[in-house]
Ligand binder design. Structure first.
Ligand code: TYD
Ligand code: MG
Length: 459
């Protein structure tokens, strides 16, 4: 009788383990996500090693001092990390291929090495010469930056243990393999086990490790969701492949806020930080065109002004076409319905294309008013003066609702030279008068449209 090889099935989405194949994962309800993999040995990988001291301590005896942080020297990157790299933290950076994950990490490694840190850059994807070529493109080569091309995790572990760098980059987790796990590199159990080993190393030796992770078509880090649970920080590097700006976004951060973003621009010599994204996002706005309005969103603690464009045209088909580039499609449909019902604008016979210029993806409800104004402006073909901007959430009754950080938004608008800002009436209680900019409070979408289209008095 042939001995049957033992296998188990894993959900690729959440890592759920099952003895048999299933169409739908009972844990995360994802369809068709099970893959078959050889059963691991129970004493796999680094799980044997003890890392934390097993003695309980009194909470009041625990020092509240924060872990040691090292600023990289790229303010945009540091802010997303919550103020720098925490000693012994494990950070996962995900993103589409070619978006610049290796570039940003090499740049960070170089900056840290220049300040005397010992850095180990481990690559399973590129050769030494390729990395050297990239590093040359990014400027001079510092001391203290070690390269190591290897995919065997056993070797990597030994090197990290003997070299004890301050920071280590593992590019990418999908190329790493652990000999103790039978399945192929990139598979669920390999990725999970490799991350586990790296986590033990990070916590045990106090090395900060950055892991590069590839993303699937759906945009999640390939491999099980458990990967995101294991690491301290998950960052996504995103952006339009065809536009040069890139956004680094934290989606999980044990050491900081998760809604901070860092904005970069990919140039010929690497990534350059964009400290004033509003100016960048608003550059190239059309003059005297209907359907364009500036709106103010807040990402983390930073207000960003963006241009919202709408094109509303009579449809030649039975069902009108709608698209939403850079924002939520369903939200756009809802807002167009509000416009139709509450303002008597006949949207049902019109195609509507909404676009957040610059390719950035934003879903904050404070953009609602901007979307509505842009659509109404395009429909009526009445231009909104270019020095007017707006923010506010729109409800189903056509009311304009309050949003957070109103003052920050108004200040950012003033800084960029806007003359008038349309704000929700409900925000006026907390909004102080700000010199140099007219504040127009509105309670409904109708009021907002007339406030936006009103000619500004020349001062
Ligand atoms: P890379 O960091 O290799 O992407 P990832 O590791 O996320 O796959 O980035 C590669 C892209 O960046 C490639 O298309 C070339 C471009 N690039 C520049 O435009 N300027 C540069 O200085 C560098 C190093 C890369
Ligand atoms: Mg790469």
């Amino acid at each position: 009788m042939a001995v049957k090889k033992k296998t188990v099935f894993f959900c690729q989405n959440c890592g759920f383990e099952s003895a048999k194949w299933m169409g739908q994962c009972p844990a995360c309800h994802e369809w068709n996500s099970f893959v078959e993999e050889p059963k691991e040995k129970s004493a796999a990988g680094g799980s044997k090693r003890r890392v934390l001291s097993s003695k309980p301590v009194l909470l009041r005896d625990v020092s509240a001092e924060e872990n040691e942080r090292t600023a990289i020297g790229m303010p945009e990157f540091d802010r997303v990390l919550g103020g720098g790299i925490v000693k012994g933290s494990l950070v996962l950076i995900g993103g589409d291929p070619g978006i610049g994950k290796s570039t940003i990490l090499l740049q960070a490694a170089k900056l840290l090495a220049q300040r005397g840190k010992k850095i180990l850059y481990i690559s399973g994807e590129e050769s030494l010469a390729q990395i050297r070529m990239r590093a040359e493109r990014l400027g001079e080569i510092p001391e203290g930056l070690f390269l190591y091309c290897e995919t065997n995790l056993g070797d990597i572990r030994e090197v990290i243990e003997t070299e004890k760098p301050d920071m280590c980059v593992v590019d990418s987790i999908q190329t790493m393999y652990n000999e103790e796990v039978a399945s192929a590199p990139g598979s669920v159990s390999q990725v999970r086990e490799s991350t586990n080993v790296l986590m033990m190393l990070a916590k045990g030796l106090g090395v900060s490790i950055f892991i590069v992770g590839h993303v699937t078509k759906e945009g999640a880090v390939a491999g099980p969701r458990v990967l995101e649970h294991m690491v301290d920080t998950v960052l996504y590097f995103e952006g339009d492949r065809y536009a040069s700006y890139r956004i680094l976004r934290a989606v999980k951060n044990r050491f900081g806020s998760t809604n901070e973003i860092g904005v970069f621009e990919m140039r010929g010599a690497g990534l350059v930080e964009v400290p004033n994204p509003s100016e960048y996002m608003l550059s190239g706005r059309p003059e005297h065109a209907s359907g364009s309005v500036a709106a103010c969103t807040v990402e983390g603690t930073r207000p960003i002004l963006v241009e919202i464009q709408a094109l509303v045209a009579r449809t030649s088909f039975g069902v009108p076409r709608r698209t939403a580039a850079g924002t939520d499609y369903n939200r756009v449909n809802l807002l167009l319905a509000v416009l139709e019902k509450r303002c008597g604008i006949d949207m049902s016979s019109c195609d509507a294309y909404i676009n957040i210029a610059g390719g950035i993806r934003l879903t904050e409800p404070a953009l609602d008013l901007g979307i509505i104004l842009a659509a109404a402006s395009s429909f009526r073909d009445i231009e909104i003066p270019e020095n007017v901007c707006a923010f506010g959430e729109v409800g189903l009754a056509g009311e304009v609702r309050a949003v957070g950080q109103a003052e920050n938004r108004v200040r950012e608008a003033r800084r960029l030279g806007f003359a008038k800002v349309i704000v929700p009436k409900a925000n006026m209680g907390s909004l102080r008068k700000i010199e140099g900019i007219e504040i127009a409070p509105v309670g409904s979408v109708r009021e907002a449209i007339s406030a936006a289209e009103k000619k500004l008095e020349k001062k």
